[in-house]
Structure formats: structure tokens, C-alpha cells
Design a protein around this ligand. Sequence first.
Ligand SMILES: [Cu+2]
Length: 163
Amino acid sequence: MATSHLIIVFIATLGALASSISGKEYIVGDASGWALDFDYQTWAKDKVFYVGDTLVFNYVSGTHTVVKVNGTGFQQCIVSLAIGTLTSGQDVVPLQTPGRKWYICGVGKHCESRNMKLVITVLPQTMVPAPSPMATSASSKLAIPTFYGCVVALFGSLLLLFV
Ligand SMILES: [Cu+2]
């Protein structure tokens, strides 16, 4: 019993660690989703977004859209300044570059009158330093013989079992 509990804790810890490395997923508007008359400025205010995080816009497909625009398109709710439009109702937006990102709804006057507009600032990934090319090539040269060594050892021990 105790052992199985330990294994569960271990797996949960690994999972948490993996998700913290691969980035956070933010459900825009949380349980309210991408909806009319939600205060997205307040929602974004206490959050820090990094490159590698993702935004998820949840809504009933057909009722809203997610339109990525520039600053002017955001200020004036101009859909024609769209950089990209998403319509699936479960739109996953990976944050790939640092800087300001603007999203508005392109349906009716949802942006102008119903506050369906979100602006965030994405920060560069500072916690994970990029490995130098030297270190990467050195470790891959080391890793391959080690891998083959393990395979050979494994087959060797299997052969011994059958002899
Ligand atoms: Cu809308």
C-alpha cells in the first residue's frame, strides 16, 4: 500500500515538473470562457505570460471568434486588421514570441460594446538558458555509444538467460 502511494506521488511530481517546463495553459476568462461582458483586463492583470505558455479560448463555435490584431485593431476594434482568425470554439493559441498580443471578437459589436477584447504582454523565457552548440554536440556524441552499450548489455543478459 505504502509503495503504491509513493509511486503515485512520484508520478504526480513528474507530471507537475513536466508541465512547468513545457509552459502554463491559461483558460481565457477561466470558467466564463470567451464571453460577452467579461472583464478580460482584470483577468489578465495578475498573470505573467511567458513564451511557451498557451491561451485557450473556450466558446460555442459560431457565437464568437478570436481575431488576432495589432494595437490599432485592438483600440478601435477593426477586424480588417486581423493577423489571424480562429473559429473552432476551443482555440489554442501558443505564445511563441515575446511582446504585446491583442485578441478581439470579430462578431457584431462584441469588441466595441461587450468588452470582448484581451491584451497581454508575453515575456521571454528567462528561466531556461539555451544550451551552447558545443555542449549539445558533445553530449549527443557521448549519448549514442552509451545507448548502444545498454542495448548490447541487455541482449547479452537475455542470451545468458536462454543458454
Ligand atoms: Cu463575440
